[in-house]
Ligand binder design. Sequence first.
Ligand SMILES: *Cc1c(COP(=O)(O)O)cnc(C)c1O
Length: 378
Amino acid sequence: MNISTQAVQIGLEWDTRTGAVTVPIYQTATFRHPGLGQSTGFDYSRSGNPTRMALEEGIARLDNGARGFAYASGMAAITNLLLLFKSGDHLVVTEDLYGGTCRLFDRVFNQFGLTFTYVDTSDIEAVRAAVTHATRAVFVETLTNPLLKFADLPALSDLCQQHGLLLIADNTFLTPYLQRPLDLGADITVYSATKYLAGHNDTVAGLVVVKDPQLAEQVYFHQNAAGAVLGPQDAWLVIRGMKTLAVRLDRHQHNALAIAHWLKQHPRVTRVFYPGLPEHPHHELMQRDVRGFGAMIAFEVDSHSLVEQLLLKTQLISFAESLGGVESLMTFPEVQTHADIPPDLRARLGINDVLLRLSVGIEDAEDLIEDLRQAFEA
Ligand SMILES: *Cc1c(COP(=O)(O)O)cnc(C)c1O
């Protein structure tokens, strides 16, 4: 079944009693037991809640994994995955990582004896060189934030299999609609569902999908033990968002390509990073693995003063963090999303004081371009 159909089907047949087309919001903490030692399959909502389960089954189907898990945020999801490791373990990690993930690794899990080496994970030899006897996993963002480098999952998967490592893919920017990492050799996918999956800038949520059923049991143990689960109301909102994932992304991408072309010809724009442009270094490789290039654009302008002007003078495009919602948002990575990346690494990555990141929404492309045009001229 095509993924756009699978997405619409999420939760459709849950309520056999009434035939409700959408899954009900089971706003309950606990469930009555039918008898001593008996269970309906639900006992307590941290351990399992039907609305959350509809979402968890839905994302597992979209990603072709054994089992899905829903958390209170993307960071809660990543935290839960890190509980698979123990003191002394080492992970090789994408260097231009989401700032919050970097903060979690370096300032929280470091204290528990985990170590991390940051490399350009689009460079397979750099990953190979970073693997040590203590390495247990490679953690990549499939399309990176904010400079949109692409990870070659089949090559990384070969490397991981040679060394017995888990391959964990943060697929937030692409979603299962554009790429299914588990089909390309990853063991685990993780999402900030706050972004494209929920898609409306109205909910914070995280999702994980695990390919192997035994590993999924371990992740379930930690989900229940640590308890950072997604509540039923938010689970319902994520399902509602996911039903339109395919149509939204088609529109997001259409708009992004139009804006990338427009930015490219603008005299005050010095660089445009968008993998849908043929000159993007990973444009060709990506075509092998993805259905589309997503709708995140980064670009550099010719002076820092123009950064503030664009952020404040755009009217349709809001100056705000986050991404992947129907509303277009623009942010300044150096002081916002990536402030927690060490300054020397930031400089090496090219996250500088003239770089802006644009999450292209589903408004009319011409209106968005007009908004940018007037902001450049203001
Ligand atoms: C936003 C984001 C996260 C964190 O997710 P939250 O839902 O904000 O906790 C992790 N990874 C990537 C790539 C993100 O964009």
